[in-house]
Design a protein around this ligand. Structure first.
Ligand SMILES: [Zn+2]
Length: 194
């Protein structure tokens, strides 16, 4: 029988529900158990824990602290689209990306995804009305939009500062970066005054 590292982490959280658990506690336990069971070292428990949080199995309480809530984990799974719902949404929208309007014909090698219009984290449900088609590029941008917004804001501020200080090198650097944001229409709502 093959023992999966992720399954061990899950087991620990399931046996300790509704409690904030800090990284060292779980890492110590799984490393010990894994070695006892398999004779091998556990490779990267941190990564597995982060992955479980991304999948919605665990709740990230704060940096390095995670929590398993049986009801929430169960509910999150319920809010995933089923394969037949995905098929229905693809067919309804003609396999066309809701953001850039590209279709399979335009992007034959690109993957198309079904996305929650209102994210699951914000209470978005797995109903057809809450589904939309996104190409993988737009899906990626949507998923990372909060991070890119932070990035754009930071460089807009740095640009302003460099302009005021007369630091041409930094100003040019920010300009180059911000032009990439503008070119690809990423976070267009954040204003950059050239
Ligand atoms: Zn797209």
């Amino acid at each position: 029988m093959k023992i999966s590292q992720v399954d061990l982490i899950k087991q620990y959280f399931v046996e300790n529900p509704n409690r904030d658990i800090a990284h060292p506690e779980i890492v110590d336990w799984v490393t010990f158990e894994y070695e006892k069971l398999t004779g091998e070292k556990f490779r990267d428990p941190d990564r597995s824990i982060r992955k479980l949080a991304q999948e919605g199995f665990l709740i990230k309480v704060s940096k390095g602290i995670y929590r398993y809530e049986p009801d929430a984990a169960h509910k999150r799974n319920l809010e995933d689209f089923t394969p037949s719902q995905k098929k229905a949404i693809f067919e309804r929208d003609g396999y066309e990306c809701a953001r850039c309007g590209k279709t399979k014909k335009d992007y034959p090698s690109t993957e198309f995804h079904i996305d929650h219009l209102v994210p699951k984290d914000d209470g978005g449900k797995a109903i057809l009305e809450n589904g939309q088609v996104l190409c993988s590029r737009c899906n990626f941008i949507k998923k990372n939009t909060k991070q890119t917004a932070t990035g754009k804001k930071m460089f807009v501020n740095l640009y302003e500062y460099a302009k005021k200080e007369g630091n041409e090198e930094v100003k040019q650097f920010c300009e180059d970066l911000l032009n990439v944001f503008e070119k690809h229409d990423i976070n267009g709502h954040i204003e950059w005054k050239k």
